[in-house]
Design a protein around this ligand. Structure first.
Ligand code: DGJ
Length: 750
């Protein structure tokens, strides 16, 4: 049993293979969070809660003689505003009499088998796992409000999910002003925060800061999870490394506005609150209405960050992404965006398909510009019908051409958007989110559709379906190219405008579900100007997301590394693009670009008509190499090998197959040096008793000085390495020279 309740001591134990989570109901029926961490064999950990009078900390009325017991310092399982807890709270409400106090006390609990769905929202699936669920009801008897805290315990996978449902049982309406998915108090811990910030074309950069006595907020108010702050954070020991130390992960399964708030309180404990951001949010609850928060995925590792990442990779790949695409081989694609931008016609697309086919590529994806009046990014969005001038044969003809060559065909949409210059906007101007008394803030000259309205979702679904039905389409790239502002729905009353951003997400999730349900064989790739909506919510519908509009390989090292802290390689859309690169002008050798793009879903984003015969031959080799290592890369365990201290010189990472029989090690020198240090790495995750040989070396190095280049395969073949030696002693590579040199080494156990 993963969930146990000790009636006598009033303690809940949530137990996974290596972790334990405890809550205790105190004498005033307050639900306290008493422990999350490595297994402690169901020891009652509430001894960690020290009842000390801190001064100016109030006491519950019924316990006013016990000054050490204060809502100001108690570790609450779900914290609320107004009842003496002055730290950052998970929930806030305005009652009909204007009161803002919510004081929750324990009411009841129930345990059930199997993972439940979260109505209208993405969630962690559990059909194939042993999952137990716990529901704890807390109530505020005065306000007549109930909060149901829900926990999913994935015993084998060391994962616990949480969400909350807030219900108004009173006859009078109330307004929620905040409704986070969770709060948690980590008692007496001194920790660092790792978060993933960035900007368009430079997403998910790793930042690690020591927590101080303030409230650190990571979040987005852009209507999307955003390029700027990913809804995933890690708290870890000050001295935690990739392979040592305590780390906690909190990942929101949501794609809209969010906030992760971390506070170090007066007594030195840490509170984490995560969920929908409260700025701009409100939700009216009439009698018997409830609000369900998004789910959060929590994981704990006592063995450093690589292990924490592994726990997330496994649960995202196996339980969040649609299972239809989990184990099937996804095609290596060519996308025409950076090859042509808007400048294409039927003839040029046919040539691209032919050239891609010649190079061994398996799918052609037609990007932006095939519909409406769309010759640049100022018009046409919303008009999802083919542009006959550009494509007289429609989507059908180009898809048939790809099919005749044995290639699949994919198509780009940006369903949630509309241009002012479009038939859709001219017919339904009120369908755009827009404050009626103002000129809207524009982004890429487009407006955001009001997805909170069912008729808008219906219309977009139907117009997409017409196109999809007209051709054999295997893949949809689903884009979203601006931040949301003037978030106002013409269909909702004034006191419900604070609901629009979340209702928008519910409408988008509805549209995504309808496409999934009606076209289950079509694989989707999420996208938002690259990785502006790279989150577990989108991954529930599409098993991969275009990682960044920055396709330049050396910048990508950092973007993909940051992304990989929480999300598996199988979710990262990653392509080889032209050199010099279009985003930053950098020139990087073809093979280095391929080695980096292979640590993702792999494809090409260039004009294959401009490639030399030699380059086309190179692509053939790369595609066959990627296909050879497909399982290892997509399903193997991923390790970050280099660390911040070595990364000014090189970056290195590794995949190991589930049975440890093979491994793929990649290393890219980012700052090539004369007379350099040896690129030295310690491998991970191998079979210590196994004997490994180097089976293949793929390298960009062609001009290495004679005495120092990569050794020939024959020479390498002579060496046998024990797994123990590679992990403890390490691997000392030959120095690499030239422009951004790289090497990919395949190891095989004998
Ligand atoms: C942003 C995407 O990230 C690009 O790959 C491309 O699809 C453009 N949008 C098209 O407008």
């Amino acid at each position: 049993m993963a969930i146990n309740f000790n009636e006598k001591k009033k303690i809940f134990f949530l137990t996974t293979k290596n972790t334990e989570y405890q809550m205790k109901i105190n004498e005033y029926d307050m639900l306290l969070h008493t422990y999350y961490g490595a297994s402690v064999g169901k020891t009652d950990m509430s001894y960690l809660v020290r009842e000390i009078d801190r001064g100016f900390s109030g006491n519950p009325y019924e316990g006013r003689d016990k000054r050490g017991i204060s809502p100001d310092t108690l570790p609450f399982e779900y914290s609320t505003y107004g009842a003496g807890d002055f730290r950052v709270n998970a929930a806030g409400v305005i009652l009909s009499n204007g009161s803002r106090t919510m004081d929750l006390r324990y009411k009841s609990y129930s345990v059930s088998e199997g993972k439940k769905e979260l109505s209208g929202l993405p969630y962690v699936r559990g059909e194939e796992d042993n999952v137990q669920m716990l529901e704890i009801i807390l109530e505020d008897k005065t306000a007549n409000i109930e909060v149901c805290l829900t926990y999913g315990v994935f015993e084998e996978k060391d994962i616990i999910t949480r969400s909350a449902m807030i219900k108004n049982n009173s006859d009078k309406p109330c307004q929620l002003t905040k409704a986070a998915s969770m709060s948690m108090d980590l008692l007496h811990k001194k920790m660092d925060l790792i978060h993933f910030h960035g900007r368009h074309a430079m997403e998910r950069q790793v930042e690690r800061v020591q927590l101080t006595h303030d409230i650190h907020v990571v979040g987005s108010k852009r209507g999307t999870s955003s390029h700027h702050n990913n809804p995933f954070i890690i708290l870890c020991d000050h001295d935690a490394t990739e392979n040592n130390g305590e780390c906690y992960g909190f990942m929101l399964v949501y794609s809209g506005n969010h906030a992760e708030e971390i506070e170090v309180d007066q007594a030195g404990s840490i509170r984490v609150v995560s969920g929908i951001g409260s700025e701009g949010f409100s939700w009216l609850l009439n009698k018997d209405e409830s609000f369900v928060t998004p789910e959060i995925i929590m994981a704990y590792s006592g063995n450093g960050l690589n292990e924490l990442s592994y726990l997330y990779h496994r649960i995202i790949r196996e339980n969040v992404c649609p299972k239809e695409f989990r184990d099937v081989k996804r095609p290596v694609l060519i996308n025409n965006w950076e090859g042509t931008y808007f400048n294409f016609d039927e003839k040029s697309l046919f040539e691209i398909v032919d050239a891609g086919h010649e190079a061994g590529i398996e799918m052609f994806v037609l990007d932006d510009g095939w519909f409406g009046k769309r010759d640049d990014d100022n018009s046409g969005l919303g008009d999802w019908f083919v542009n006959d001038r550009k494509l007289p044969g429609g989507i059908t003809k180009i898809a048939e051409h790809a099919d005749s060559l044995g290639m699949k065909f994919g198509l780009w949409f940006e369903p949630e958007m509309v241009n002012e210059d479009s038939d859709l906007f001219r017919t339904h101007p009120d369908w755009a989110l827009c404050d009626p008394d103002r000129k809207p803030v524009m982004g890429r000259n487009q407006l955001v559709l009001d997805m909170s309205r069912k008729e808008v979702v219906d219309y977009i679904f139907e117009s997409m379906a017409k196109v999809i039905d007209s051709a054999k389409i295997s893949y949809i790239k689903w884009d979203f190219n601006r931040s949301m502002a003037n978030i106002y729905s013409n269909a909702l009353p004034a006191d419900r405008q604070g609901e629009v951003a979340h209702r928008f997400m519910l409408g988008t999730y509805d549209l995504l579900s309808r496409i999934r349900k009606n076209y289950p064989e079509i694989m989707m790739e999420g996208c938002s100007g690259g990785g502006g909506r790279f989150d577990a919510g989108i991954l529930f519908y599409s098993p991969q997301i275009w990682c960044s509009d920055n396709s330049e390989a050396i910048n990508r090292l950092k973007i993909q590394k940051g992304t990989g802290f929480g999300y598996p390689v199988s979710t990262m859309g990653s392509h080889v693009s032209a050199s010099p690169n279009h985003q930053n002008g950098r020139e990087v050798p073809f093979i280095t670009r391929a080695i980096i793009a292979m640590s993702g879903t792999f494809g090409y984003e260039l004009d294959p008509r401009k490639l030399s015969d030699e380059e086309k031959e190179e692509i053939k080799k790369e595609v066959s190499l990627f296909n050879r290592y497909y399982d290892l890369i997509q399903r193997g365990r991923y390790f970050r090998i280099s660390n911040e201290k070595t990364e000014d010189y090189f970056t290195s990472w590794q995949f190991v197959s589930g049975d440890k029989s093979e491994s793929l090690v990649s290393l890219v020198v980012t700052d090539v040096r004369a007379n350099p240090e040896i690129p030295f790495i310690k491998l991970q995750g191998l079979d210590p008793e196994g004997e490994y040989v180097i089976d293949n070396i793929f390298t960009s190095v062609t001009n290495a000085p004679e005495e120092a280049g990569i050794k020939s395969k024959e020479e390498k073949d002579k060496i046998r390495y024990s797994g123990r030696a590679l992990m403890n002693g390490g691997l000392a590579l030959d120095p690499l020279y030239g422009v951004y040199p790289s090497v990919q080494i395949h190891l095989k156990r004998l």
